[in-house]
Design a binder for this molecule. Structure first.
Ligand code: FES
Length: 155
């Protein structure tokens, strides 16, 4: 999953798109991460300036939420659902398998920089647990073998 190249202009533009919202910081951060793939440290002063906040305020929010990435993700991003429906139907085994197979904990990126493993909490696919996304594509009823196949296809 390669995001758009980061630039101060891109980030300032994203801020302006959301500036009309009440409490725009979180939507801005989500939009930056969605478009660029992560929140570059140099984007923090740009966001702070545009929203008239301190850098510490913005940095504090970025680091508080586990959802925000402060390092670039791997080429492929895999999300394993840890929501209740998935956990009760094989999700726990799949969580363990995913971390073993990639050799990284949730939030980590493989040493070759290829794959980032994210945890997510409900992908809205509770009828077909356990659920996984690969670069945003949703897959249901994923067992260890299916996970390995999806990973091999993505790499
Ligand atoms: S709990 Fe996993 S998709 Fe809803």
């Amino acid at each position: 999953m390669s995001g758009q190249e980061w630039s101060a202009e891109t980030v300032a533009g994203i801020v302006r798109e959301h500036a009309h919202l009440r409490g725009p910081l979180l939507p801005v951060l989500h939009a930056v991460q969605e478009r660029i793939g992560w929140i570059p440290p140099d984007a923090v002063p740009v966001i702070a300036h545009e929203l008239n906040l301190s850098r510490a305020d913005v940095h504090g929010v970025v680091t508080f939420y586990a959802d925000f990435r402060t390092e670039p993700p791997g080429r492929t991003v895999v999300g394993v659902c840890r929501g209740e429906a998935c956990q009760s139907r094989g999700g726990r085994d799949l969580e363990a398998h995913a971390q073993d197979a990639l050799g990284v904990p949730f939030g980590g990126t493989t040493q070759d920089g290829e794959v980032t493993l994210d945890q997510v909490f409900c992908l809205g696919n509770c009828a077909l647990p356990p659920s996984v996304t690969v670069d945003g594509r949703l897959h249901g009823r994923v067992d260890a073998a299916t996970f390995d196949r999806l990973l091999a296809e993505a790499r």
